[in-house]
Design a protein around this ligand. Structure first.
Ligand code: PLP
Length: 425
């Protein structure tokens, strides 16, 4: 079998930059995957890694969770795509709404980007207003409405607005600092053409940044007062932070919610849902258009239904285990870095964390950018050498999965110890 180096050389000739999504690249070339199971991935070079990238948070239950594979396999015998309705679409939407009561009506789509694009178009159609507000460093997908001061891969390469985006579109996306309710308040006093405020309730796309005490409550209050649609982008936090996502965790009810990632545990499915009067704006009964050949396809829907069933069935074990393992990792890494006198911050919540090499608390994009990126790169490289794969960027989050065992956590702490020594050098 070809090795990663040769495959990357081949890939570069036919795939721009050799990868199909920017964050997958790192120097000098990424490992190519042979297979994955549970909490582990194997590469074509004979190495294996404990996987804490977890498909950027999608694999809450780990790779190839048995119930999901069984249900998808059963569905494959019955057909892969009909483009006509199925009962499982209805069942999945009912299940999602059961977990997320604010999602009174739901459309199933394929990706988080499609979900946020639809959410914003709905907000504009519903309010008949034009502009939207997003927060610096939040990432809501790779479309023009939201690709302004975005986190994730765009932050990693320092791109504020993508070339090829229309100024006319990005000018209608106003940007406010995360955790800065005051700045939002001032903007709302000046602007009266705001259709929506979209936010990651926990920001997982510039490392991990937590909402400060009153931030999300302030957003809810301010948007409600001005008839602005509040969109919680729960593509990362949905099902990960609790069975009802961040909105349940923080007890805040948004108008529209977007879900993705853990909803399908490795299969491409996402959802947009919210108040009936907003969702009923969708075509054909309403005048806001949304469509896709693959929306609600039976393969992804069977994966979604199986995921939600499994997550709900396991919930009394799932969330406590994830939180316990995450807290254990975070406290061990913090102690190690402190003993080595490495200035650092670790932000963490539920099953997510990230380390920043800085003295300053990381509460927004500008404080995240002050962290030492060279040290982070060293950490990433040394972790990889020691059998632990995290996303190759400071502007991403470390995600735990249910498949990580006690021994995996111990092994991970040892790998972080070695990696921190490499950072220290
Ligand atoms: C919070 C958030 N919203 C939306 C998206 C876009 O989802 P997708 O990559 O499935 O289009 C992402 C992707 O990382 C995300 O993290």
């Amino acid at each position: 079998m070809a090795n990663s180096k040769d495959l990357f050389t081949r890939a570069k000739k036919i795939i721009p930059s050799g990868i199909n999504s920017p964050v997958r690249y790192y120097d000098p070339y990424p490992f190519f995957v042979k297979k994955a199971k549970g909490g582990t991935m194997w590469d074509v070079d004979g190495n294996h890694y404990l996987d804490y990238c977890n498909a950027y948070g999608a694999l809450l239950l780990g790779h190839r969770r048995k119930e999901i594979i069984a249900d998808v396999t059963k569905q494959m015998d019955k057909g892969t795509l009909y483009c006509a309705p199925t009962e499982i679409e209805v069942s999945l939407s009912e299940s999602i709404s059961g977990n997320f009561p604010s999602m009174k009506k739901i459309r199933l789509v394929n990706t988080g980007s499609e979900a946020t694009m639809t959410a914003i178009r709905l907000a504009r159609g519903f309010t008949k207003k034009k502009k939207i507000i997003k927060f610096e460093g939040c990432y809501h997908g790779a479309h023009d409405y939201v690709l302004v001061e975005a986190g994730s891969g765009a932050a990693h390469i320092g791109m504020s607005v993508s070339e090829g985006s229309l100024d006319e579109v990005s000018q209608n996306t106003l940007v406010v600092q995360y955790n800065n309710s005051q700045e939002l308040q001032s903007l709302l006093e000046k602007e009266n053409d705001i259709a929506a405020v979209i936010v990651e309730p926990v920001l997982a796309n510039m490392g991990l940044v937590l909402p400060e005490k009153n931030f999300l409550n302030d957003l809810r209050k301010m948007t409600a007062e001005k008839n602005i649609v509040l969109i919680f982008d729960e593509v990362v936090t949905g099902f990960r932070m609790s069975p009802g996502g961040a909105q349940k965790y923080f007890s805040i009810t948004p108008d529209i919610t977007t879900l993705g990632k853990a909803l399908g545990n490795g299969f491409p499915i996402a959802a947009v849902g919210g108040k009936s009067e907003i969702m009923d704006m969708l075509s054909p009964e309403g005048k806001v258009y949304q469509a896709s050949t693959y929306a609600g396809n039976p393969i992804s829907v069977s994966a979604g239904l199986s995921s939600v069933k499994t997550m709900n069935k396991l919930k009394t074990k799932l969330y406590p285990k994830l939180e316990k393992n995450c807290a254990k990792l975070v406290s061990a890494i913090h102690d190690l870095a402190s003993d080595m006198k490495i200035p650092h911050q670790i932000n963490s919540i539920s099953s997510m964390f990230q380390i920043f090499f800085t003295d300053e608390s990381v509460v927004n994009y500008s404080s995240a950018k002050k962290a030492d990126m060279i040290k982070f790169k060293k950490l990433f490289e040394a972790l990889l050498k020691n059998g632990v794969f995290i996303a190759p960027s400071q502007f991403e989050t470390v995600f735990l999965s249910y498949a990580h065992s006690k021994d995996d956590i111990t092994e991970t702490i040892t790998a972080y110890e070695k990696a921190l020594r490499a950072v220290k050098q």
